[in-house]
Design a binder for this molecule. Structure first.
Ligand code: NAD
Length: 415
């Protein structure tokens, strides 16, 4: 088969490699010429896809900026971004643009699957009408389905192949074709009755995480006032063999998914005269966490008789999660901005994020910066760093991730 993938970022690139490894030819289309050049040269820009793995399948992959190259594909997967606009409403600009461009080159018999996270109804009400501008008709000479991507960047225990794939087709034939397609690269396919069910499945998964993270964050703030160690409580609760699922407190949510996706549903719900209060409340608490963490840092410095203003504060970890370099919506950025706004002299160390142009900062070497800092704040813990030994070398260490729990280190403050 020939598979087309539109948008080859965190979601699209692993799909490109998976289908190429399954022996298919893949046409990878992206507007970003840097990504297209890197792909053509066999250089991966996604941590989860090593360049060696990409190079091994390169003869099966053609990267391009031209939608016309998709005309030869049997199936086309759309993996473009679905962010929020400035006033926090769904921004389907990339999806609209890609569907319109695809309609120009669509061929009879092609299957189109949307993978981007979005609100229920997008496939039916947005994507299909745009694709039908090609003159092709759904169910006659065009098949369309929705299948949400479940990739969790940095995770190694589950892969694209071993993570069950949910698929909803516009018609039974659409579902059948999409199921056959994904069976080439996934061991378990979960068919659902409609694209809407598949769209909402993805949102439920992310909202579930967002709400539970907010719950444990709220308890972390309360536990702090009560003088109880939240990490000890989470560890103890997690020993219950049933009915409890572990979620960790932290400096707030980041990435393209959790801070964004739930609000796609909130927006859509308004059309149905519903306000999704769990989602709003979880968003409110999680958005507040970076500010709460700044208060914690300020208080820790105050206890050491230092004001934020003029203090050298080293942030460890700028990406939104450990093991990846993705800084989208990262709480570390907000914490740095607020500390700077209060006059702190902020530097950061992150081997995954060499520079933060928006803050005019570059990652500084860990050892020198630790020695110089008035406070070192662990915002995102990357694998391979012994944070307890780092903490032992600091004047003041603020741990927002609980990785130092159990350690006997002076001048240590935990969320
Ligand atoms: N990153 C994740 O962990 C993750 C997980 C599950 C689902 N998702 C969802 O998958 C979708 C893509 O996310 P991502 O993280 O891969 O984004 P990304 O920014 O890493 O990649 C998207 C790519 O699409 C390209 N693009 C934008 N407009 C285009 C157009 N009109 N034509 C062709 N290419 C275009 C961009 O240049 C970019 O390379 C989003 O809806 C996201 O919510 C992401």
């Amino acid at each position: 088969m020939t598979i087309g993938v539109i948008g080859v970022g965190y979601v699209g690139l692993p799909l490109v490699v998976a289908f190429a490894e399954a022996g298919d030819h893949v046409v990878a289309v992206d507007l970003d010429t840097q990504k297209v050049s890197a792909l053509t040269a066999g250089e991966s820009y996604i941590e989860d896809v090593p360049s060696e793995r990409l190079r091994a399948v390169l003869p099966h992959v053609r990267a391009s900026t031209r939608y016309a190259d998709l005309a030869q594909a049997d199936a086309i997967l759309i993996c473009v971004p679905t962010p929020l606009s400035e006033n926090r409403e769904p921004d389907l600009g990339a999806l609209n643009a890609s569907a319109r461009a695809l309609a120009q080159v669509l061929q009879p018999g092609q299957l189109v699957v949307l993978e981007s996270t979005t609100y229920p109804g997008t496939t039916r009400e947005r994507l299909v009408p745009l694709l039908e501008e090609s003159g092709l008709r759904l169910g006659e000479d065009l098949n369309v389905a929705f299948s949400p991507e479940r990739v969790d960047p940095g995770r190694t225990d589950f892969t694209l192949r071993t993570t069950p794939k949910v698929v909803g087709g516009m018609t039974p034939a659409c579902l059948e074709r999409a199921t056959e397609l994904y069976a080439r690269v996934c061991d378990h396919i979960i068919p659902v009755s409609s694209p809407e069910a598949a769209e909402l499945t993805k949102l439920l998964e992310n909202i579930f995480r967002s709400v539970n993270i907010a719950l444990v964050n709220e308890l972390a703030m309360l536990a702090e006032r009560m003088g109880i160690d939240i990490w000890e409580v989470v560890d103890a609760a997690a020993t219950k063999p049933y009915g409890f699922m572990r979620f960790e407190p932290g400096p707030g949510m980041g990435g393209h998914c959790l801070p964004v996706d739930p609000f796609y549903l909130t927006w859509r719900a308004r059309e149905f005269h519903m306000s999704t209060e769990f989602i709003e409340l979880a968003g409110k608490i999680n958005q507040q966490m970076p500010y709460h963490c700044v208060e914690r840092i300020e208080q820790a410095l105050n206890d050491a008789t230092k004001p934020v203003k003029g203090s050298r504060i080293l942030i460890l970890g700028a990406s939104y999660k450990g093991g990846v370099g993705d800084t989208r919506e990262s709480p570390a950025l907000r914490i740095m901005e607020v500390l700077r706004g209060r006059g702190g002299l902020v530097a950061y160390h992150d081997d995954f994020v060499p520079a933060l142009p928006e803050l005019g900062l570059e990652s500084v070497p860990l050892d020198d910066a630790v020695a110089d800092a008035d406070a070192v704040v662990l915002v995102t813990a990357h694998p391979g760093i012994d944070y307890v030994s780092v903490a032992a070398r600091t004047a003041l260490f603020v741990d927002l991730r609980g990785v130092t729990r159990g350690a006997n280190v002076e001048n240590l403050v935990r969320l």
